[in-house]
Ligand binder design. Structure first.
Ligand code: PLP
Length: 472
């Protein structure tokens, strides 16, 4: 039995450690409190190791080793958890990776809004219009033809406040085929309950007719609601009632009609060779009173919930007490405004809006990227893997156009030993790079879809860290 006390005695005290030359720089960089806290933790860790294993760990073998460990810990504590990654999953709007990559114009607007005081709720001309959504309301009005607009934290919030304002304590009629769940906790029936509305389901899962809505209207009805079934598709024997068919019925009964589009594409995607997606401006033209959609899906902006429609309804939503709780901060508003201004110059959007640029990137161009990166990835993967490039299909993501796929090109990495464990270990090493690389595991291969890769030089430099530090 080794003498634990003798081992404990070999650990220096805090004061002696703080005087070690290797901690001068960390002390200057992080301050005394932070270094002391890290030193205590490292020493505690060393004592625990001695108790458990009856030896001094290598990283505590002398004061120099301890100082280096403390310096590394101080630096680690400043490492951000929210880090940029290479999204090579093939999903353009990846909810877990932060959805839309922002336009340069939005980045600049946000940076300025962070550095300076801004005209958030301040009229420079003293005209007294000002609330924080007024600039965006005017922009959305000119882009979509709506009378007014209101902005909240996300589209879930947009739906919640719309329901709470238009129909609290009363009935909302929705087709059974549209009672969707979106990304875990957002289920239409639950949102209705939270907003204090009574849900009246009409039709069957696959078929709903205009008469179903008509028959359900009662003295207690406050709202007719459509929900875009963005993340799934019902195929086969189906029928649904479009917004434009529903609008006359709503008008006949003096009821408002709202539609939740999820992704509102503010331009006609079919003109860019993409599948068509319902547009907010079409809904306004069809006479819908209130239309809600996300800022960070196909629109390509920051997280936000956009509510557009008739002036009187929007004004009531603006005044609802929930608005204060759900409002956007100046950073989201700055990014959203800059993004929407890009839509005033629609011909330039494929260049100015990353989301559209990624969605419309030609397969031949992506294939050329794969050709250029193949040697670097072959080298990085090493002997244990077969690396080649192949056609693949990207998806749009965030529940937009769930069945449509975009022809793309990927680098495929396959373990020569055919073992899933070997492949997963390599995928893990890619995720541990300074800028983590995230691919997609499928059919025994790791697929790196290159649709979203812009910075080839940076990508290769990042890969170099892989060869420098082999698997541990
Ligand atoms: C995505 C989506 C939402 C939720 O939007 P967030 O901006 O993520 O809150 C709501 N409704 C539909 C139909 C959607 O597709």
């Amino acid at each position: 039995m080794p003498d634990l006390r003798a081992l404990f005695a070999r650990l220096p005290g805090i004061d002696a450690l703080l005087n070690h030359a290797d901690l001068n720089l960390p002390l200057a960089r992080h301050g005394r409190d932070a270094v002391v806290a890290a030193a205590r933790q490292v020493l505690d860790g060393a004592r625990a190791h001695i108790r458990d294993h009856a030896v001094l760990p290598a990283w505590a073998s002398d004061a120099g080793a301890l100082a280096r460990r403390i310096a590394a810990d101080c630096a680690d504590r400043q490492r951000l958890a929210l880090r940029p990654v290479y999204n090579l999953t093939g999903t353009v709007l990846h909810t877990n990776l932060g959805r839309a990559v922002q336009a340069e114009a939005a980045v600049e607007a946000v940076t300025r809004a962070m550095r300076h005081a801004v005209t958030l709720e301040y009229d420079l001309d003293g005209a007294g219009r000002g609330h924080r959504d007024s600039a965006i309301s005017e922009l959305l009005a000119s882009i979509t033809g709506a009378e007014a607009a209101c902005v909240v934290n996300n589209n879930a919030a947009a739906v919640l406040i719309t329901l709470a304002t238009l129909a609290a304590g009363r009935e909302v009629i929705v087709s059974r085929g549209e009672l969707v769940e979106i990304g875990g906790a957002f289920r239409m029936p639950d949102v209705m309950r939270q907003a204090g509305c009574r849900l009246v389901e009409v039709g069957a899962t696959n078929r709903t007719h205009l008469r179903d809505y008509r028959d359900a209207i009662s003295a207690d009805t406050a709202l007719l609601m459509k929900v875009h079934t963005s993340n799934y598709a019902i195929e086969g024997f189906t029928a649904s009632v479009s917004e434009s068919e529903l609008a006359p019925l709503a008008r006949e009964h003096g009821l408002p009609l709202a539609t939740d589009l999820g992704s509102g594409a503010l331009i006609d995607l079919s003109r860019h060779g993409l599948p068509a997606e319902p547009m907010p401006q079409q809904m306004i033209a069809a006479g819908i009173d209130v239309v809600t959609f996300s800022g960070d899906k196909l629109l390509g902006g920051p997280q936000a919930g956009l509510i557009i429609g008739r002036r009187d309804w929007i004004a009531r939503i603006q005044k609802h007490p929930l608005k204060r709780a759900l409002r956007c901060d100046k950073l989201s508003l700055a990014a959203l405004e800059a993004t929407l201004r890009l839509y005033l110059e629609p011909d330039r959007l494929p260049d100015t809006l990353p989301t559209l640029r990624y969605l419309t990137r030609a397969q031949t161009e992506i294939r050329a990227v794969a050709g250029r990166l193949l040697p670097a990835l072959t080298l990085a993967a090493g002997e244990a893997f077969r690396v080649d490039d192949q056609a693949c299909l990207s998806q749009i993501g965030s529940g937009s156009l769930p069945v449509d796929r975009l022809p793309s090109w990927a680098i495929c990495i396959e373990p020569r030993d055919g073992r899933g464990k070997t492949l997963e270990a390599f995928a893990q090493r890619l995720r541990e790079l300074p800028s983590p690389v995230i691919g997609r595991l499928s059919a025994g291969k790791l697929w790196l879809d290159l649709r979203l890769l812009d910075d080839e030089a940076g990508f290769c430099a990042n890969l170099a860290a892989l060869s420098a530090a082999p698997a541990h």
